[in-house]
Design a protein around this ligand. Structure first.
Ligand SMILES: Nc1ncnc2c1ncn2[C@@H]1O[C@H](COP(=O)(O)OP(=O)(O)O)[C@@H](O)[C@H]1O
Ligand SMILES: [Mg+2]
Length: 326
């Protein structure tokens, strides 16, 4: 089972609730920013429950609406609509005797919420185009990175559905509010990476951990895990030092400029925007120029004027970074 890494005090309160709720079929709503470990925690609850031998079925509610939502959850009969060439089970049926994980539950369209709530009340439904009433025995765990109460207030989420899902709330704080766990996470993730890739496990310079602790991690644990994987794969030194960190990450720590000369402010602002966009489009300068609403020629001019050098992945190249020249 994958471990859920937590610092001592938060661990005690979250894990206590997890142990208590795992035994029963009580509905759990996990909240927290993206990348804080909501899905992992849901899986852990499932694996600690009497349902652990049966399926854990995640559904992303954020990408489905109308008939697609119904189809995904309740399935359809052959011929129910164009393209329905055979009977297809929905997630409720697939998760029978197991756990249904409703990810991004705040995004269920209003038009689907009424029917959905009705099914959550008695776990009986019909497949699209069918008339046979099907019963499913599922445990519901849902997750959201939005404030559901707020969505209720703004009329975007049914209040009765909110109370149905919000039986036991579990909140996972963002990584920036529990930085004490970072050294432990780095340690465990590097162990995992070394084991997965069958490569030696590097040690980490204290300066690197300090730098990690000064960063705010908007992508939370997912961002930390991905950064470590990137560093691990691209460097095979025994020790991870500051110079091994990608320059687009180190960029966050640049000292603020000493003057407010507009020319410099503009240069800094434009450089940052250009680098952000280039990184997001993986170095595609045509596309970057479009997003920045300048001509490719102006972009080339600015890159040269501001002395910005990027590699093929659109990351800033700094001297002494062998990784950047790949
Ligand atoms: N506390 C944690 N301990 C270990 N791994 C974690 C932890 N929190 C998150 N992760 C890892 O970070 C990544 C993102 O977690 P995930 O559960 O998908 O987040 P969310 O659903 O909140 O976006 C996954 O690879 C997960 O295993
Ligand atoms: Mg998720």
């Amino acid at each position: 089972m994958q471990e859920f890494i937590l610092e001592a005090d938060v661990m005690r309160s979250i894990m206590k609730v997890v142990h208590q709720v795992a035994k029963y079929d009580v509905t759990v709503l996990i909240t927290g920013e993206s990348g804080t470990g909501k899905e992992l925690l849901a899986k852990i609850i499932h694996l600690q429950s009497p349902r652990s031998e049966n399926p854990f079925v995640p559904v992303n509610c954020g990408i489905l609406s109308g008939l697609m939502f119904e189809d995904k959850l309740f399935g359809h009969e052959k011929g129910a609509f164009t393209g329905a060439i055979r009977r297809e089970k929905g997630c409720f049926e697939i998760a029978d005797k197991g756990t249904l994980f409703l990810d991004e539950v705040s995004e269920i369209p209003l038009e689907n919420q009424t029917d959905f709530l009705r099914v959550l009340e008695d776990f009986r439904f019909v497949r699209i185009g069918g008339n046979q009433l099907i019963e499913s025995d599922v445990r519901i765990i849902s997750a959201t990175n939005k404030n559901l109460k707020d969505r209720v207030k703004h009329g975007l989420f049914r209040e009765d559905l909110f109370y149905r899902l919000h039986v036991v709330p579990l909140y996972i704080p963002p990584l920036r509010e529990r930085k004490a766990v970072i050294p432990k996470m780095v340690d465990r993730f590097l162990n995992q990476l070394a084991a997965n890739y069958k490569m030696p496990r590097p040690s980490v310079k204290p300066e690197v951990i300090d730098t990690f602790c000064r960063y705010d991690w908007p992508g939370n644990v997912r961002e930390l895990k991905n950064l470590l994987e990137r560093v691990f794969i691209l460097n095979h030194d025994e020790v991870i030092d500051l110079e091994h960190l990608p320059s687009d990450f180190l960029w966050h720590f640049r000292a603020p400029s000493r003057t407010m000369a507009l020319e410099e402010v503009r240069r800094e602002g434009e450089t940052k925007a250009i680098l952000d966009v280039l990184y997001r489009v993986a170095g595609d300068k045509e596309q970057a120029a479009k997003i920045l609403r300048i001509s490719p020629r102006t972009l080339r001019y600015k890159l040269s004027r501001y002395d910005i050098k990027v590699n093929r992945r659109g990351e800033l190249v700094s001297k002494g970074h062998p990784e950047e020249h790949l």
